[in-house]
Design a protein around this ligand. Structure first.
Ligand SMILES: [Fe+2]
Length: 290
């Protein structure tokens, strides 16, 4: 049964990103940005779902694997690695997302080679690390449910239960695709968002984060990423994938947000801002928009 990988202890900035979703153009932009920022591959972390809505899942997996970037297994890697019949995303059966998922999952299952699927099968379900003495667990969805959706508006009690299970100061999650950072008591939940799909905020930007030590704790900087979204959208159309996702890359709106809590759905079209949150384990958190 897959496992927890211990990535190590760090005292320099970590770059965290989620949901590449087969969007090779976005991944290339992210890797170029990391190089500009001076972040080596060994201090990058991906929260999974290398394949999904966009057209180049094999190229995305190859780039991440060749770079030896740490990856938490997502439900898509779990499904592709097991030759499962569907993506295991957790969409409601028969919903619009579920119907489109059947199309992109079949495409990904055909596009990704067997050797890569074997690599996906062995990815860790959890990656633990320490950043300047602060304990961090990176997971995909929930601690023991890979496709649990944890959104900004998911009740704090549910997040606290997950933090209890993780038994760390900070949990980094993925899967839901929306970037956010939330203080829960003296602990923290962070989602870096997705680079493969915009944040339903009406802009084509995608998101990643930098975590770095500061005087008394950790600074979490949420960054917007601009990339060749027109090229990625054209590739989706050329591949015959659901065009709703090509439109999503262009407009910044998800094709369907039924899966979200109401409070998050009501923020549709509200442009996100880059933010920094300073957190210390003792603790008060202070957020500052840049
Ligand atoms: Fe996922």
């Amino acid at each position: 049964m897959p496992h927890t990988h211990h990535l190590g202890s760090f005292d320099e900035p970590m770059l965290v990103f989620g949901g590449p979703y087969g969007n090779r153009q976005a991944l290339d932009a992210l890797l170029a940005t990391a190089a500009t920022l001076g972040i080596p591959n060994g201090r990058m972390l991906c929260t999974g779902d290398l394949a999904a809505y966009a057209a180049e899942p094999q190229a995305v997996a190859d780039r991440i694997r060749d770079a030896s970037i740490a990856v938490v297994m997502g439900n898509v890697e779990e499904s592709l690695g097991a030759d499962a019949e569907d993506c295991g995303c957790g969409f409601t059966s028969g919903s619009e997302c579920d119907v489109m998922a059947a199309q992109w999952y079949r495409y990904a299952a055909d596009a990704v080679d067997q050797e890569t699927k074997r690599w996906m099968r062995d990815l860790p379900r959890r990656i633990d690390l320490s950043l300047d003495g602060v304990s961090i667990a990176a997971i995909h969805g929930g601690v023991d449910q890979i496709n649990r959706f944890v959104f900004p508006a998911t009740p704090t009690a549910e997040k606290s239960i997950e933090l209890d299970k993780a038994d760390t100061d900070i949990v980094i999650g993925g899967h839901s695709g929306l970037p956010f950072t939330q203080l829960l008591g003296r602990r923290l939940w962070h989602n870096a968002g997705a680079i493969g799909l915009p944040a339903n905020d009406g802009t084509p930007r995608v998101w990643f984060s930098l975590l770095h030590p500061h005087e008394n704790g950790i600074s979490i900087d949420l960054h917007a990423l601009h990339y060749d979204h027109a090229g990625a959208a054209a590739a989706i159309r050329a591949a015959g994938l659901p065009t709703a996702y090509a439109e999503a890359l262009e407009t910044g709106f998800w094709p369907n947000d039924d899966i979200m809590p109401d409070a998050d759905r009501h923020r549709r079209g509200v442009a996100l801002t880059e933010q920094t949150l300073l957190w210390s384990p003792s603790c008060q958190a202070a957020a500052a928009a840049e």
